[in-house]
Design a protein around this ligand. Structure first.
Ligand code: NDP
Ligand code: MG
Length: 420
């Protein structure tokens, strides 16, 4: 796939018929989330093709204990140290080893395995996922924030280790399959599609006043809260263009976005001879997850099937940057470089959190993120991070600055309308 990622080692997946091959061992980071649960469901239905070595979660010890038991993991790690006692209790009487605290999540990532599924939400996923990659594990990557925050370091490490970074994100997975290992010199352009989210047909004024409940009501996909809010403003598509840039090693000018409300075509690869290949599937994350889990073989799954006659019509439209400024801000950050993707990613997480906490309006998310980028450039602190450590330092600094900006700006009025 990505030229920098190289071929790497991917162990065989046992087919039920063959029965003799060793099963592929897997670690799931973010096992209690939306992607984690879909991964668990595929593994549970795969008839012993996979063994789960370790699972990790954030704050919910009960949910983590449940998935650890169901999948027969030997190690369960919870990021929140306060949940240790509950996790221990919930897994008493089993042989599952238990640990808590951020370092335990890294420990889970490093548990011996053939593949690590990176499905932690947000920048919290950077350190453990990078640890897995650095230890030579094949990584099935859902956590796009890893690449937006520290893309060059991740791709460099994948190349150094000769390991695969397999894209779980549906658009990237579709593009990966549509590329079919073609070299970048035969590719003119790559298109990522966006459903357009719940506000696709809304006016700017209506979007500005959207509530968290409305933003969380995605028409096609059922996902965790952060990515669902990102999707509503098309920030998610901006993050995904940045993700595609690093993953496929393709420059920003050759990446574009089409709004496609049916979410059937997830990505398009336009070749230099005019041919176009499309990656298509029903909008079900189990499809790309299964593809990554069994790559380069194919699993038979119960994932939703695509029925084109039932869909009937596929439509495409250009994104509206006026109504969805977050997409413009993200594409600008990619074009400008100087570490702006890292800065954008950090500011966006704080802004989404503030929106979900009803402290800012929906449009304030893009404003706050753009302001963080502009201020970092003006203050001369914007620069490309040379390593994951530098990226995470920048991330922490920008989080502090964004929280301060939130505090200093018209919180009394419950709006950041005066900020720009
Ligand atoms: P969810 O919010 O549903 O799940 C997040 C998971 O991460 C939970 O298991 C959570 O545990 C865990 N977690 C949070 N913080 C930590 C931490 N510090 N250490 C370990 N685990 C932690 O998110 P999604 O599954 O929707 O998304 C996961 C990633 O995949 C995101 O980066 C998203 O952008 C990407 N993605 C998701 C898609 C989807 O359809 N959902 C599609 C494409 C990409 P707990 O619940 O205990 O807090
Ligand atoms: Mg996606």
């Amino acid at each position: 796939m990505n030229e920098r990622g190289g071929m790497g080692k991917v162990s065989e997946v046992r087919s039920e018929a063959a029965g003799t091959k060793a099963s592929r061992s897997v670690v799931i980071l973010g096992a209690t989330g939306s992607i984690g649960q879909s991964t668990a469901a595929i593994i549970a239905g795969a008839g012993g093709a996979f063994t789960v070595e370790a699972v990790a979660g954030g704050r919910d010890p009960i949910a983590l204990a449940k998935v650890a038991r169901e999948l027969g993991a030997s190690f369960a790690a919870l990021a929140d140290p306060a949940g240790y006692k509950d996790l221990k209790e919930a897994l008493s009487g089993t042989s599952i080893e238990v640990a808590a605290g951020p370092q335990s999540v890294v420990e889970a990532a490093l548990h011996p395995s053939d593949m690590v599924v990176g499905a932690i939400a947000g920048t919290a996923g950077v350190e453990p996922t990078f640890a897995a990659l650095s230890a030579g594990r094949t990584v099935a990557l859902a956590n796009k924030e890893c690449l937006v925050c520290a893309g060059p370091a991740f791709m460099h490490q994948a190349a150094v280790q000769g390991t695969r970074l397999l894209p779980v994100d549906s658009e990237h997975n579709a593009i990966f399959q549509a590329m079919n290992d073609a070299g970048l010199d035969s590719i003119e352009r790559i298109t990522l599609t966006a459903s357009g989210g719940p506000f696709r047909t809304w006016t700017s004024e209506a979007i500005a006043k959207a509530t968290p409940e409305q933003a969380l009501n995605h028409p096609n996909w059922s996902m965790g809260p952060k990515i669902t809010v990102d999707s509503a403003g098309l920030m998610n598509k901006g993050l995904e263009v940045i993700e595609a840039h690093y993953l496929f090693g393709i420059e920003a000018a050759r990446l574009d976005v089409l709004v496609h409300p049916q979410s059937v075509v997830h990505g398009l690869v336009h070749f230099t001879d005019g041919s176009v290949t499309a990656g298509m599937a029903a909008p079900d994350m189990k499809v790309p997850i299964a593809h990554c889990l069994s790559y380069p073989e194919r699993l038979t799954t119960a994932a939703r099937r695509l029925d084109l006659a039932a869909v009937g019509t596929l439509t495409f439209e250009r994104p509206d940057f006026d109504r969805f400024p977050a997409l413009r801000v993200a594409l600008d950050a990619l074009r400008t470089g100087q570490g702006l993707p890292t800065i954008l990613n950090a500011a966006n997480e704080i802004a989404v959190e503030a929106f979900l906490g009803k402290r800012i309006s929906f449009h304030d998310i893009a404003r706050l993120v753009e302001q963080a980028c502009d201020r970092a450039l003006a203050d001369g602190i914007a620069r490309d991070p040379a390593s994951v450590t530098e990226a995470l330092e920048m991330d922490r600094l920008i989080r502090e600055r964004t929280r301060a900006a939130l505090a200093e700006n018209s919180l009394a009025q419950g709006s950041l309308a005066t900020m720009h």
